[in-house]
Design a protein around this ligand. Structure first.
Ligand code: ADP
Ligand code: MG
Length: 694
């Protein structure tokens, strides 16, 4: 009775090293993770039927006495066990196939509770492979029970046993919210909620559980949503107290920056840039999210804002999720900056120490400049003298904690740096307001002129020769092609599997010539990666075989063909992002999704969605259906506040209630609210630290 949710899953009775390893591989590290492993459905095993009422086709339980047990058939693994069982109303046969241990499980005279399908064979009523227990107080029987999706070798029965041990061992006090809140909202106690999540009470409407809307789901989801919204509320309050920098950005100054760009802004880009500049000129700190589908031109907007602020004599930090993207931004912004007289620095984790130290030194000294970097910008050794604007590109790749960490670097002077974040993830407006509760949203809803949709098709494995012909045509026309594979290399990768960069590159080199094929992946050192992209971009090696390192942001206008091998292994959003790498220049783009022969219906549905639409919104809607909002918005994996039970889409009404409560909790100074905020802060600190380390 003393386990905490943060304890290792290895502490649960029945979890030895081997099982712990299997659970870990599925992302289940703690007791809390295990208890958040939701059943895929429930089966009501509380029903009991008198033996004389058993009819073929039923699935039911019986309370019986064992009259006799015997083995049947030839010895071997297929040998069956039969038991004659009876209650006051009659007799029936229970029969188990492939379960030799059942022969020793019961003896004549034992009481047993059985549950299973009923059949009739030669006029006799039989229970086929029933689940059995000595008494009705079993995790498997006698009540509504959870049915879990298998994890490795751990089937639903074993998982039920482990979950139920964890529930039994769980410490009594799991309360998170202040008592007034739980009373006001009528939430059941957390420990009961955790139990009922897996074991609905007898007689409960299981449809509510399967729709994730039971009282148990509500109590757990509310706790998550209120925590999350309160943190956003606190952050916002703090930002409002600390004034932002009011600077004078004249339209002429901004036009001067934009006139250095090699294109004219679209109407949508201009409108969004105006919204950004209004915030930058005001005396409150900006919190703005710029959302726009892959390829709509977010770089121009963030670049114009960043350069305009740097021209005012302030420092600007641009954070990118990958090194490739950071380098690309420093080239783009560097070119524009050079024309305007703004220094653009780069700070990457992969840079040699002296280079990084020199960059950090310049930031401390405080010259007006723009620095582009990766996570390396978040390190404690990086300090700014006068940070005026923080830009985070592809912000869904980062956690809320990282956003706060970078911004905190500008707080030294008592004002709050402005914050501009971008994302290609389309979020329905209603969801944006609640999830990004602390951000204002601008949308770039128009593509640069001359773009046509990327023609997308599914390609079967045996269409390889078609692919080779297409690649030859790409090379001849001086275009570029990406070929993306799910892995770098693997031991079991034979010549036929084509699952890895190495295997695909080898085969393509054989057929197209090794001098046209380049390889790019995350395990190369950064110099190799840089020169590889350069060669590809210049057309020295027009076919680039890569992992998903190229997924976000990469901008090579000459690229016209994106090929993904084993496309069934990628998520929808990921494939849409990959597809966004082509068709960015004057020539139309094509995306070929090559699949293996035996793909699942869901994978086929993903591919079909992509073939049918180029609209990021439709793709995201589909993705929501398939995965749930938490994961889509990136909080499940990277955010310090992973939603385990709450699903902002399914629980939109709860989210609204949570929002109200959280506003209050963030504001009032009652003892309960203060204690609650203290608890949140310590969780927040730990998780932020983890997010920064990770
Ligand atoms: P994303 O929104 O995905 O970050 P980028 O900013 O990388 O998109 O822009 C995609 C491509 O479109 C780039 O090659 C960029 O130069 C080009 N582009 C951006 N804005 C315009 C515009 N207004 N007119 C023409 N091309 C543009
Ligand atoms: Mg981009």
């Amino acid at each position: 009775m003393s386990l905490e949710l943060d304890d290792s899953v290895g502490e649960v009775a029945g979890v030895g090293p081997a099982r712990a390893e299997e659970l870990r591989a599925a992302g289940i590290l703690t007791v809390g993770d295990l208890l958040s492993y939701l059943p895929m459905r429930y089966e009501d095993r509380s029903v009991r039927t008198p033996v004389s009422d058993l009819r073929p086709g039923m699935r039911t339980g019986v309370d019986v006495e064992v009259l006799s047990v015997r083995r049947k058939g030839r010895p071997g693994p297929r040998r069956a066990t039969e038991a004659m069982v009876a209650d006051d109303t009659g007799e029936a046969l229970a029969i188990w196939f492939n379960q030799p241990y059942m022969a020793t499980r019961f003896e004549k005279g034992d009481r047993a509770h059985l549950f299973g399908p009923v059949d009739e064979y030669k006029g006799a009523i039989q229970l086929i492979n029933p689940v059995a227990a000595d008494n009705a107080d079993s995790p498997h029987l006698g009540r509504p029970v959870p049915i879990y999706r298998r994890i490795g070798s751990l089937g639903p029965g074993i998982l039920r046993r482990l979950v139920s041990s964890a529930l039994d061992q769980l410490a009594a006090d799991q309360q998170r919210l202040p008592a007034e809140v739980t009373t006001q909202l009528g939430l059941i106690p957390m420990r009961d909620a955790l139990r009922e999540l897996h074991y609905p009470p007898t007689g409960a409407d299981l449809a509510l559980w399967e729709d994730l809307r039971s009282d148990a789901h509500r109590a757990l989801a509310m706790a998550e949503l209120i925590d999350f919204q309160t943190v956003l509320g606190l952050q916002r309050q703090r930002d409002e107290i600390e004034p932002g920098i009011a600077r004078l950005l004249t339209a002429a100054a901004v036009d001067g920056v934009v006139s250095e760009f090699p294109f004219t802004l679209t109407e949508a880009q201009s409108r969004v840039l105006r919204e950004v500049c209004d915030d930058l000129s005001a005396d409150y700190a900006m919190h703005r999210l710029v959302q726009g589908d892959v390829g709509c031109g977010k770089t121009a907007v963030l670049g114009a804002a960043a350069l305009a602020v740097a021209l005012q004599g302030e420092q600007v930090a641009v954070l990118a999720p990958t090194e490739i993207l950071a380098r690309q931004h420093s080239v783009t912004l560097g070119t524009w900056g050079a024309a305007l007289g703004v220094d653009v620095l780069t700070l990457l984790g992969a840079d040699p120490k002296p280079t990084r130290a020199a960059a950090a030194q310049r930031l401390r000294e405080g010259g007006p400049l723009l620095v582009v970097g990766t996570h390396a910008l978040l390190q404690d050794s990086v300090e700014f003298e006068r940070l005026g604007l923080v830009v985070i590109d592809e912000q869904h790749r980062f956690g809320v904690g990282q956003r706060a960490a970078l911004r905190a670097k500008g707080r030294l002077q008592g004002t709050q740096p402005d914050l501009l974040v971008t994302t290609a993830t389309p979020i329905p407006r209603s969801l944006a307001l609640t999830i990004y509760g602390d951000l204002d949203v601008s949308r770039i809803d128009e593509m640069p002129p001359g773009r046509s949709p990327v023609a997308t098709r599914r390609l079967e494995r045996d269409e390889w020769p078609t692919l080779i012909d297409r690649l030859r045509a790409v090379i001849e026309s001086d275009a570029r092609a990406f070929v993306v594979a799910p892995a770098i290399e693997s031991e079991e990768d034979g010549p036929e599997t084509l699952a890895t960069v190495q295997a695909v590159a080898k085969r393509l080199s054989e057929e197209l010539g090794s001098d046209v094929v380049a390889i790019l992946h995350g395990r190369q050192d950064s110099e190799t990666r840089e020169s590889t992209i350069e060669d590809f971009s210049q057309g020295k090696r027009p076919v680039l075989v890569a992992t998903t390192v190229i997924e976000v942001g990469l901008d090579i206008p000459a690229a016209t063909l994106m090929v993904v091998v084993q496309a069934e292994r990628f998520g929808l959003a990921q494939l849409h992002q990959l597809r966004g790498r082509v068709g960015r220049g004057e020539r139309n783009g094509e995306c070929w999704l090559m699949v293996s022969s035996d793909i699942t219906p869901t994978a086929a549905a993903r591919i079909e969605t992509l073939c049918e639409t180029n609209d990021g919104f439709v793709v995201a809607e589909s993705d929501l259906e398939l995965r749930g909002a938490g994961e889509l918005l990136g909080y499940r994996q990277t955010g310090p506040f992973g939603f385990r039970i709450a699903n902002p889409r399914l629980h939109a009404d709860w989210l609204r209630d949570a929002h109200q409560v959280a506003l209050e909790l963030a504001r009032v100074d009652t003892t309960a609210a203060l204690e609650y905020r203290e608890r949140l802060r310590s969780t927040w600190r730990t998780r932020t630290r983890l997010a920064r380390a990770g």
